[in-house]
Write a protein that binds this ligand. Structure first.
Ligand code: GLV
Ligand code: MN
Ligand code: MN
Length: 432
């Protein structure tokens, strides 16, 4: 709790939240603080070429580690729990094991991944994606952020361009504790979520090019109003989400008009669309319907439209055995558990590409997140950390062959230091 509060002070904003956009000065300060805690706990700290940071506690045997963690970057209107909880609970697990004199069979590693939020540099889950070979390192380094900065240059500037190669190690398993960021657990009076998977994500940036003109003299029929098209698209998306129903959500989270003046018709509008669904087929339909509507609006207003994909991830299902383990452990510890999918993106969905992965959710008060008012009670945080501790130890002690036919990559034999494996990755074809 003390670490959560202290890290929350780094980049603190009004209302009790924090702003640590990826690779900003505030992110650097947060990273330095967490690394100092890793060192205080005697963990071996390594940094990879995309700035992911790992703190490892040796096991009784030299094997691929059981990995936990999350992210410490935030959106500009972030709370103190999103991401930070998973990393700091990982540190807590290390401390508890040290105090109890327990050395696990497999090593335990706690990680924080670079730019999970994607709020400054899209896509989200960028560091974990590069870590599993989902995006080439060079491509990631060349990404330009919303402020015009280049990711690789910022990484070097803040001192986190590490030397460990990407893609990195194939862990034995990955478990991430996170706040739910939605209303489901609280609404049902449940303490712990056993997360079954993560919904698919489609982000795009849309640029509408019309014509700036006088707001008083230009009759409606003569306008090529980029602002109108942006607004009409936003209204269309709300109706589309309602019509598709179920899990479909749609958000226009960013919009800028040019020249952004009271008496000038906007000649250019740039806005983002965030579409998500647990059902890939419906998500594809939502994308197609958006395309149709943009084509129709472009003709109606006689404007041109350019589009750029910022992120596209299909829905992910977590490893059945890890989900069962989270559920069983939480039940054994006396908690009310519910299985549920995640609405937010998480590093665990990237790790799920290479190893058995799962997540533990704790309730978010009022379902509020990406907002300084984000809150989870100390009791709920403790419950989540407790489940994390026992699941990690269970995985770290698992006998060989416990998940035969389940691991998709590598074997459980041999040294598993960060960046140690060079077997080819079956999913991406990247050398690992
Ligand atoms: C990122 O974490 C997102 O879900 O937007
Ligand atoms: Mn998060
Ligand atoms: Mn977030």
């Amino acid at each position: 709790m003390a670490r959560l509060e202290e890290l929350g002070q780094v980049g603190a904003i009004a209302g009790g939240g924090c702003a640590r956009l990826a690779l900003s000065d505030a992110d650097r300060a947060g990273r330095d603080l967490v690394v100092s805690w890793m060192r205080d706990l005697g963990l071996v700290v390594t940094v990879d070429a995309i700035g992911n940071v790992f703190g490892t506690r040796a096991g009784r045997e030299d094997r691929p580690p059981v990995l936990c963690g999350s992210h410490i970057d935030t959106v500009a209107t972030g709370g103190i729990y999103d991401g930070n909880l998973g990393v700091l609970a990982g540190l807590e697990v290390m401390e508890v094991l040290a105090e109890a004199g327990v050395v696990t069979r497999r090593p335990l590693t706690v990680a924080f991944f670079t730019d999970e939020e994607g709020a400054r540099f899209a896509p989200d889950m960028l560091g974990s994606s590069v870590f599993v070979g989902g995006m080439a390192l060079e491509t990631a380094h060349d990404i330009v952020g919303i402020d015009g900065a280049r990711l690789g240059t910022e990484l070097e500037r803040i001192g986190y361009l590490g030397s460990v190669p990407c893609p990195g190690l194939v862990p034995y398993a990955y478990v991430e504790l996170h706040i739910e960021q939605g209303p489901v657990l609280e609404a049902h009076g449940d303490d712990i979520g056993a997360v079954t998977g993560v919904q698919g994500i489609s982000w795009q940036e849309i640029t509408v090019l019309g014509q700036s003109n006088h707001a008083g003299t230009t009759p409606i029929a003569y306008r090529h109003d980029a602002g109108y098209v942006a607004a009409a698209t936003s209204v269309f998306l709300r109706g589309l989400a309602r019509e598709l129903g179920g899990d479909q959500v749609a958000t226009v989270g960013r919009a800028t008009l040019h020249p952004d003046l009271v008496n000038v018709i906007p000649g250019r509008a740039v806005f983002t669309v965030d579409l998500r669904n647990t059902d890939e087929a419906v998500l594809v339909e939502a994308e197609a319907r958006l395309t149709e509507e943009l084509t129709r609006l472009a003709a109606e207003e006689d404007v041109s439209i350019e589009r750029r994909v910022l992120a596209r991830f299909t829905p992910v299902e977590f490893d059945q055995k890890v989900v069962e383990m989270v559920e069983a452990t939480a039940t054994l510890l006396g908690h009310r558990v519910r299985r549920l999918p995640s609405g937010a993106g998480h590093d665990a969905q990237m790790l799920a590409r290479v190893c058995p992965a799962g997540m533990i959710f704790v309730p978010s008060a009022g379902g509020i997140s990406h907002n300084p008012a984000e809150y989870t009670s100390p009791e709920a945080l403790l419950a989540g950390a407790d489940v994390l501790l026992h699941v990690l130890v269970g995985l770290a002690e698992e006998p060989d062959g416990a998940r035969q036919g389940r691991r998709r990559h590598g074997t459980d034999e041999g040294a598993g230091g960060v960046g140690a494996s060079d077997a080819p990755d079956e999913t991406t074809g990247h050398p690992r």
